[in-house]
Design a protein around this ligand. Structure first.
Ligand code: AMP
Ligand code: ZN
Length: 123
């Protein structure tokens, strides 16, 4: 990574809502965490269980993440959080990406949605 992209990433991170949650600058209803990930309840839940799982380092979205291991461990973390939330009847993992994907917070996150029967296709 060159010096310019490092500076941009630092700026993005300083203005990022989810980075502020990681740093404890904004309160969140934290469910659990690991060394590299944090899980907290969505402020506007779309299902009885609606949890977001994010990497602790700033990554804007899935296309910006070049680390297969990082993506793998994030999904593994989400799966563990769903298990601990007792979503044994099923759940959905969603990664909204970019404008058409409906992404509104530009820090990579996996939505865990569960606790009710979910319809398909999404809107
Ligand atoms: P997305 O639309 O996929 O980018 O999802 C962003 C999610 O973040 C939405 O479901 C919001 O309800 C949620 N959200 C926004 N601000 C907060 C916050 N301060 N704490 C918890 N969840 C939030
Ligand atoms: Zn961030």
């Amino acid at each position: 990574m060159n010096a310019e992209s490092t500076t941009n990433l630092k700026e993005e991170s300083e203005n990022c809502l989810f980075c502020k949650i990681v740093k404890g600058q904004i309160p969140a209803d934290i469910v659990s965490q690991g060394d590299n990930w944090l899980a907290f309840r969505d402020i506007n839940p779309q299902a009885p269980s609606h949890i977001l799982v994010i990497p602790k380092n700033h990554v804007a979205n899935v296309t910006e993440c070049n680390e297969a291991a990082e993506l793998g461990s994030l999904f593994q973390a989400a799966s563990g959080v769903a298990r601990d939330e007792n979503l044994d009847q099923g759940f959905r993992l969603v990664v909204n990406t970019g404008e058409h994907g409906g992404q509104t917070v530009f820090h990579l996150h996996i939505h865990i949605l569960g606790g009710r029967s979910l319809t398909w296709p999404p809107g």
